[in-house]
Design a protein around this ligand. Structure first.
Ligand SMILES: Nc1ncnc2c1ncn2[C@@H]1O[C@H](COP(=O)(O)OP(=O)(O)OP(=O)(O)O)[C@@H](O)[C@H]1O
Ligand SMILES: [Mg+2]
Length: 336
């Protein structure tokens, strides 16, 4: 595809272009000068830890909160100037559930579609299609009160799709759901992206989710997008493999490995040694030899390619998961 940028950062081909988009809350800079482009049909993921600025970023794009500075174009409309036009072409599913559980699934969707001024026949047809898409056709006339957490999330996604949006924002679509329900939701997202050519912007702190689902990923930390690329390129960009060794005398072994020229870095916690190594397959024997030399007994040794977790660690110097996140997930209490 040939992209012609007629006027600087303004969008003509792109689904989304942001230009130094920034949001301050008092002393906190939630989003810091983020400039990026998302092409139509992409599933773009923002991956980052608790408080990184993910929700704030997509809330600005969805015109739910105004930027402190910078601007963005969504489906050709500027978020700071044409809020109504932006809202007509987007769908959104945000973290706080907004379903009415005294109504059925069908009634919730119908209510939403009326707000968008859809005609009755269009509503009925679309209802059937989106309920089908998220696998809820059989539950359409059940009260939402009786839905499980996973079913509610699927209904929220269906609702976000009712008015044929070009761009769908999903804020942590699988937060708090069990793995199986999560996989199902990934499948629904893939299908709607393929069938309806919807551009999807999602946030997540699950690296597996970003890896499995996204055409490109932006890694965000402290409001700054540190790097953007495809999952494969991000993982390859680290340029080394990860060797994990379970052994006795781990500290001695670490000291020995550190002296080896082929080891790029090595850390130890309890009896686990994690080393970054180029072409690791060829170095396993040498690592075992080092262990013998210092009298360490190796219980296991594994070699793997970098994951997005390693990418995150590489770029930010910290791990993606933290305890606060787990507590929040428990509070949300999403049942499958
Ligand atoms: N309405 C608000 N008022 C004040 N500070 C806010 C507000 N909303 C967000 N923040 C702050 O902005 C920063 C980014 O928050 P944001 O919710 O965008 O992060 P997030 O990446 O979505 O985090 P999470 O993974 O917890 O959802 C945080 O430091 C947060 O405390
Ligand atoms: Mg958030």
């Amino acid at each position: 595809m040939i992209i012609v940028h007629h006027a600087g950062w303004h969008a003509f081909m792109e689904a989304i272009v942001t230009h130094e988009l920034t949001k301050h809350y008092a002393a906190v800079t939630a989003v810091n000068k983020v400039s990026l482009r998302v092409m139509p049909g992409e599933v773009f993921g923002l991956l980052g830890p608790n408080g990184a600025g993910k929700t704030t970023f997509i809330k600005m794009l969805a015109t739910l909160t105004t930027p402190s500075s910078g601007d963005a174009v969504v489906c050709g409309h500027r978020i700071t100037q044409d809020r109504d036009a932006v809202r007509r072409c987007i769908g959104m599913v945000f973290q706080d559930p907004a379903l009415d559980d005294r109504l059925t699934g069908r009634e919730n969707l119908d209510f939403h579609a009326r707000m968008y001024g859809m005609k009755r026949d269009d509503r009925m047809k679309r209802l059937t299609d989106v309920l089908e898409l998220v696998g809820l056709a059989e539950k359409a006339d059940v009260l939402v009160k009786q839905y499980s957490g996973g079913m509610k999330r699927r209904l929220e996604i269906a609702r976000g799709l009712m008015h044929f949006p070009k761009v769908l924002f999903l804020d942590e679509p699988t937060l708090g759901l069990d793995p199986q329900t999560r996989y199902h939701i990934w499948e629904y997202i893939r299908q709607l992206n393929a069938r309806e050519a919807v551009t999807v912007i999602l946030t997540t702190h699950y690296m597996e989710e970003a890896d499995a689902l996204c055409s490109r990923i932006g890694i965000i930390d402290y409001g700054t997008v540190i790097t953007v690329d495809t999952p494969a390129v991000l993982k390859n960009s680290i340029g080394h493999d990860i060797v994990t060794i379970e052994a006795t005398h781990a500290e001695l072994l670490r000291a020995a490995l550190e002296k080896e020229p082929w080891i790029q870095s090595v850390t130890v916690s309890d009896s686990t040694i994690v080393a970054q190594v180029r072409e690791a397959e060829q170095k396993v024997a040498r690592a075992v030899f080092c262990a013998q030399e210092v009298g360490a007994q190796v219980r296991s040794i594994t070699v793997r390619k970098p994951s997005l977790e390693d990418v995150f660690l590489h770029y930010t110097g910290k791990r993606l998961r933290d305890d606060a996140l787990d507590i929040r997930e428990q509070r949300r209490g999403g049942h499958p």
